[in-house]
Design a protein around this ligand. Structure first.
Ligand code: PHE
Length: 438
């Protein structure tokens, strides 16, 4: 029953033994929710883009794009051996750096960009994970003296610091306990940058992103206060910087915001690796980049409790939002949950936690269970949780038990419907993963 070709936006691609992209995923390709002005993702996009305006930043979006494989098969959707669905917006960095270089004569003031795109990842199933979501990435670059930039790094730092003065200050207290550069955890790219320059880039980066996040959370607080009839938000905003690691930046950070009792990670960022700029035709520039997930921000701006709702075509959802307005989502009636468990023994050769590769014995990976459930239940599954796991002391065989919550956002499911889906899940687990039901 496996198709021999996959069709993506009208083009056909031959399937092979690497193909693991189901029709349910392909049906989301090209929906471009961020272009529907009254959709919460588009409203969120616009709010963020307004913090990175022209002429310094170009604001772009990318149509669905296919890429060369770079990540493990367990969390990536392969179209075939040579092609995958984009897993993050950082895939576009090189193209946008090259664009800045190309447009140097015609649009010299445009030295930064934001880009938004849909991204695809095989992942867990719960109310904050969906295999298709949206990321925004942004960057800003400064020109350095091209002959021996390190010798002139004080000039570069001064230029960046002058630009810093153009960003309005804010009065939110931001925790930032760590030094900009840490030799092990957050190293300077010493062969390319001076500490002084990096200090300047980091300060500019931090103030730009703090402003954006403060703007978002001020809007969210206002909307929350309006919906409860409170005059002003009583809680002052708490924001902090945390050291991080990303393959394309060093030093790197994450920005976290304290929201409803928890520190919430909002974005990743850092000083762009110079090797990347060198290979993108802008060896004489230095700069910063950041990336964030739009759904997470939209969920808290609009108080949207389930990530599946973004894909809803139900007017009860869509009619609640209007371009330029942050409002609180009014849930329509919540339909009953229907929990079903499935327990099985892994095949003797399968070791959990490994990553599957084409050919040979396929190790067990939880995302394969998730894909089977999604393939059958689609958006009718709210949550899949591992509730029990043990290894038999004599046979050394491993047993897993998953609890699947079948619940529609739009209507009440009958027990018969849920049973029917669950039976199919059980038989596909046996057929495709070789497990033995218990
Ligand atoms: N792409 C990173 C992620 O998906 C975020 C990031 C973008 C970090 C750019 C640094 C610079 O988490």
């Amino acid at each position: 029953q496996k198709p021999s070709n996959l069709t993506i936006e009208g083009k056909s691609y031959p399937a092979d033994q690497w193909t693991n992209t189901p029709e349910t995923i392909l049906s989301h390709v090209g929906r471009r929710l961020y272009l529907d002005d009254n959709h919460p993702l588009a409203i969120t996009r616009q709010l963020i883009e307004s913090q990175f305006p022209t002429p310094i930043f170009g604001n772009y979006s990318e149509k669905t794009r296919l890429y060369h494989p770079g990540r493990s098969r367990t969390d990536t959707y392969y179209i075939n051996e040579k092609t995958v669905l984009r897993t993050h917006t950082s895939a576009h960095q090189q193209a946008y750096f090259q664009q800045i270089n190309r447009n140097e004569q015609t649009r010299p003031e445009e030295v930064g960009y934001t880009v938004i795109a849909d991204v695809f990842r095989r992942d867990a199933i719960d109310r904050s994970h969906y295999p298709v979501f949206h990321q925004m990435e942004g960057a800003m670059l400064w020109k350095r003296p091209s002959k021996d930039p390190l010798a002139h790094s004080a000039d570069t730092a001064a230029k960046i610091t002058a630009d810093l003065e153009k960003i309005p200050r804010h009065d939110v207290v931001v925790e930032d306990p760590n030094p900009t550069i840490h030799p092990q955890r957050n190293p300077l790219q010493a062969e390319h940058h001076s500490a002084e320059e990096v200090e300047a880039v980091a300060t500019h980066l931090k103030r730009s992103l703090e402003r954006m996040v403060i703007r978002i959370f001020t809007e969210a607080s206002k909307a929350a206060a309006a919906s409860t009839g409170t005059e002003v938000d009583p809680e002052p905003l708490k924001v902090r910087w945390v050291e991080a690691y990303f393959p394309f930046t060093s030093p790197s950070w994450e920005l976290e915001v304290f929201w409803q009792g928890d520190w919430l990670e909002i974005l990743g960022c850092g000083v762009i690796k110079q090797d990347l700029l060198i290979s993108s035709d802008v060896p004489d520039r230095i700069g910063w980049a950041f990336g964030l997930g739009l759904e997470r921000i939209a969920m808290l701006l609009f108080n949207i409790p389930d990530i599946r709702l973004f894909w809803s075509r139900d007017e009860r959802f869509l009619s609640q939002f209007r371009a330029g307005h942050i409002s609180r989502f009014e849930p329509f009636s919540k339909h009953p949950a229907c929990y079903k468990d499935v327990a099985f023994w892994l095949p003797p050769a399968a070791v959990s936690g490994g990553s599957s590769a084409a050919g040979g014995a396929v190790p067990f990976h939880e995302n394969d269970v998730m894909e089977i459930v999604r393939g059958i239940g689609g958006d009718l599954v709210e949550d899949v949780a591992l509730i029990d796991e043990f290894t038999h002391p004599k046979t050394a065989r491993k047993s897993m038990c998953y609890r699947i919550n079948y619940r529609s956002l739009e209507r009440t499911l009958t027990n018969e419907e849920a049973n029917d889906m669950h039976d199919k899940v059980r038989s596909r687990l046996v057929g495709e993963l070789g497990v033995q039901l218990r």
